[in-house]
Design a protein around this ligand. Structure first.
Ligand code: NAD
Length: 329
């Protein structure tokens, strides 16, 4: 089987190659994203492998079919960038990697909380310059604070368990509550109550029509003054401009983002010599109480190995695991 691997960085290539038997799969690695602009690259391939910012819309899927592609193997859990209905219509199978390492993203959410709270991002630069003054670096104890978790699937559940370990009260909202988390001492309440009571709110639900811009002026108005918002899920869960307004007013006291709505124009590339043409993003970076990372929540050795292993299994066997959980279309 010939596979065109898109959005492939050197670290992806290394891990994929280490799990590939060339006799079974012939992989060609492209750094570029799959989109209408790069669709011509798929000629002669049976399958494509894509990542979070590849634009696999209905038009692209139609052209994939015309070029003879019959499988899309996503190397990620989220699939909001793929038109699954179009794939079904065209008879193209779509696989993803649902549970490659929930811990990696959950731990990154905690890293953002700890950085924002104890201001290690600022302390690092101060100490390098011989400035050991503590003014402006004061944090708070996490023990006893109330943490709201929106979406308690694989990643959210791992996050809740870690926060319980810190001695936090953990409030949860999900369409399907988890008995295991309830047994662990977490409390399921309404979304409104999460907004009302939480000192920290971490987003772990998928991006869909009901969660698009979940964090906006109206939801922020219901939150505590100085609330900490953490988003490691998908950028469009947060209305960026309204979050900036809330940073100016002090409603948001801390903002930690691993994802950003317009990230596909910026993330995963070295933009240090470019002028980033996104004034909202540029403005966001100027706040001392905002920490942005470039979609690296998943980026641990354990997760990359699991992604590579599962993606190759999905491609080779052209079928889902026994529960059917890895096949989306
Ligand atoms: P999951 O499917 O295991 O869990 C998602 C949970 O959200 C489910 O329990 C579901 O019931 C719940 N949910 C759905 N709609 C909801 C709503 N409207 N309100 C509240 N809860 C809702 O997914 P997961 O593996 O935990 O991943 C969560 C998200 O994390 C993914 O959708 C993806 O966008 C993101 N993610 C980010 C990274 C990263 O590197 N930053 C890596 C992997 C995944």
């Amino acid at each position: 089987m010939k596979v065109a691997v898109f959005s492939c960085k050197p670290y992806d290539k290394r891990t994929l190659a280490s799990f590939t038997n060339e006799a079974d799969l012939s992989m060609t690695y492209f750094e570029s994203r799959l989109s209408m602009e790069t669709i011509s690259l798929v000629q002669g391939f049976d399958a494509v492998s894509c990542f979070v910012n590849d634009d696999v819309n209905a038009e692209v899927i139609c052209l994939l079919k015309q070029q003879g592609v019959n499988t899309i193997a996503l190397r990620c859990a989220g699939f909001n960038n793929v038109d699954l209905e179009a794939a079904k219509t065209q008879g193209i199978k779509v696989f993803h990697v649902p549970d490659y390492s929930p811990t990696s993203v959950a731990e990154h959410a905690v890293a953002l909380i700890m950085t924002l709270n104890r201001k290690t991002h600022r302390a690092y630069h101060r100490v390098k310059e011989g400035n050991f003054a503590l003014e402006g670096l004061m944090g708070f104890n996490l023990e006893g604070k109330t943490v709201g978790c929106i979406g308690t699937g694989r990643i959210g559940a791992a996050f809740c368990r870690i926060m319980k370990g810190f001695g936090c009260r953990v409030l949860c909202y999900d369409l399907s509550p988890s008995q295991s988390l309830i047994d662990h001492g977490c409390e399921y309440i309404t979304l409104e109550e999460i907004y009302q009571h939480s000192d920290i709110i971490s987003l772990h639900c998928p991006l869909n029509a009901s969660t698009h811009h979940l964090i906006n002026k109206h939801s922020l108005d219901k939150m505590k003054d100085g609330v900490m918002i953490i988003n490691t899920s998908r950028g469009a869960l947060v209305h960026a401009q309204e979050a900036i307004d809330a940073l100016y007013s002090g409603k948001i006291g801390y903002l930690g983002l691993d994802v950003y709505e317009q990230e596909n124009k910026i993330f995963f590339e070295d933009m240090s010599s470019h002028i980033i043409q996104d004034s909202v993003f540029q403005l966001m970076l100027t706040f001392p109480n905002v920490v942005v990372t470039g979609h690296q929540g998943y980026f641990t050795i354990e997760a990359l190995n699991h992604i590579a292993e599962t993606t190759i299994d999905n491609l080779l066997h052209h079928q889902s695991d026994s529960s059917g959980a890895r096949q989306l279309a």
